[in-house]
Write a protein that binds this ligand. Sequence first.
Ligand SMILES: O=P(O)(O)OC[C@H]1O[C@H](O[C@H]2O[C@H](CO)[C@@H](O)[C@H](O)[C@H]2O)[C@H](O)[C@@H](O)[C@@H]1O
Length: 263
Amino acid sequence: MPDSLSLPPPPLVPGLGPIARAALFLDFDGTLVEIAERPDAIRVAPALPGLLKRLGEGLAGALAVVSGRPLRDLDHYLPVPIAKAGDHGASLRPDPLGPPELPDLPHPPAAWRVQANALVARHPGALIEDKAHGFVLHYRQAPDAGPEAAALLARLVAEDPAGFGLLEARMAWEIRPRGPSKATAVRALMARPPFNGRVPVFIGDDVTDEEGMEACRSLGGHGWQLEEAFGSPAVLRDWLARAVAPDDPDAVLPPLVTEPHSP
Ligand SMILES: O=P(O)(O)OC[C@H]1O[C@H](O[C@H]2O[C@H](CO)[C@@H](O)[C@H](O)[C@H]2O)[C@H](O)[C@@H](O)[C@@H]1O
C-alpha cells in the first residue's frame, strides 16, 4: 500500500487531504479509463473531465495527464484545461492554453509501415494506430499475431537502433523514437511552476508508467501502481472524486484492492 502518510500532511486546499501538496501525474489508458478492445472503443466516465478540472484547480495547476496517446486524443477525451503530456512524453503541453512543446524527432521509414500493414492484413482483428513519430501494432483482437508482431517490429527497429526503440504495451507493440519518456515529461514539468516545490506522485498501470514512477521517486515523491494501490480505474476515480469533495475527511488514503490483472 502506498505510504500516503509520508506525504506532507498539511492540506493546502480544504478537502484535498494529503494530496493537496502533491504534483499529480496520471496515466490515461488503464488508469483513468478501463482498457477496451480497441483504442477508439474506450468509454470515458462522464464525470471524469469535470473531476480532473476540479482536481487541477485544487492542486493549483499541478496536475498532468501523462499518456502514450497523442495530445489530440487526450484533448478529445479530456477537453479540460489541465497540463498534458502525450506520445509517452514526446509531446508536452505544460500550459493548458499554450502551444505544445514538440522536440525534433525522426519519423520511421515508410517501408516499416508497409510491412506492418502486411502483417495486419494476415491477422484479422490486428490494427495499427499511427502516431506522429511511430506507430502501434495492436493485437488484442488477434492474440495469435503477438509473437509475429514482436518479431517484425524488433527487426524493423534493429535497422535504426539509435533512432527508435520497441515498446511492449498491453497487447500491443509500439515503435517510438528514442529519447522522450514519461520520466522526461515528469522531470520537465517538475522543473517549472506550478509543479516545482511539490511532492511528485505518479499513478499508472503500464510498463512506461514505471519510468514516470521512478522519476517521481527519484525526486522524493511516489509511484503508485494502479492495480496494487487502487485495484481498478473505477476505484481511482472514486478516490479522486472524494479527494476533491470539500466535506469528505475520509478522502485521504487509497483503498488496497486487488483484482485479477488483465494484460
Ligand atoms: O500511457 P497510456 O495512457 O496508458 O497509453 C498507453 C497506450 O494505450 C492505448 O492502448 C491500450 O489501450 C487500448 C484501449 O483500452 C487497448 O485496446 C490496447 O490494447 C492497449 O494497449 C493506446 O491505444 C496507445 O496509443 C497508448 O500508447
